[in-house]
Design a protein around this ligand. Sequence first.
Ligand SMILES: [Zn+2]
Length: 112
Amino acid sequence: MRVVREPWMLSCRMCGWVHYAMTAAEKAEKDRALQRYDLTAAERSAYESSWRQCLRCEAPASELRDAEESDLARATGHIVTPVLVEEDRESRGARYDRDRGHPSPAPLSGRV
Ligand SMILES: [Zn+2]
């Protein structure tokens, strides 16, 4: 049975870094904070994409999966960083249920 956690915690399939899913309101707040800086279009685009990837290894947000207990235990020593995920939790959950044939995360040393 899926355990619902608030906030929604995600971990990177590639490196195991744990993130939490940023809400639209939170993103809007960060955007407002940024308005006092005069960013170029390129800087703005880099800023936007930085919320859609793993902080550590820059894997795209699509490589993030629901965090498990072991991920969260590993995360206690580091700052949990926000990530912006486009799809909602329900559709993601359905996708992960289909993926259940491969329950074990990739080893940290693999696929890099
Ligand atoms: Zn990563």
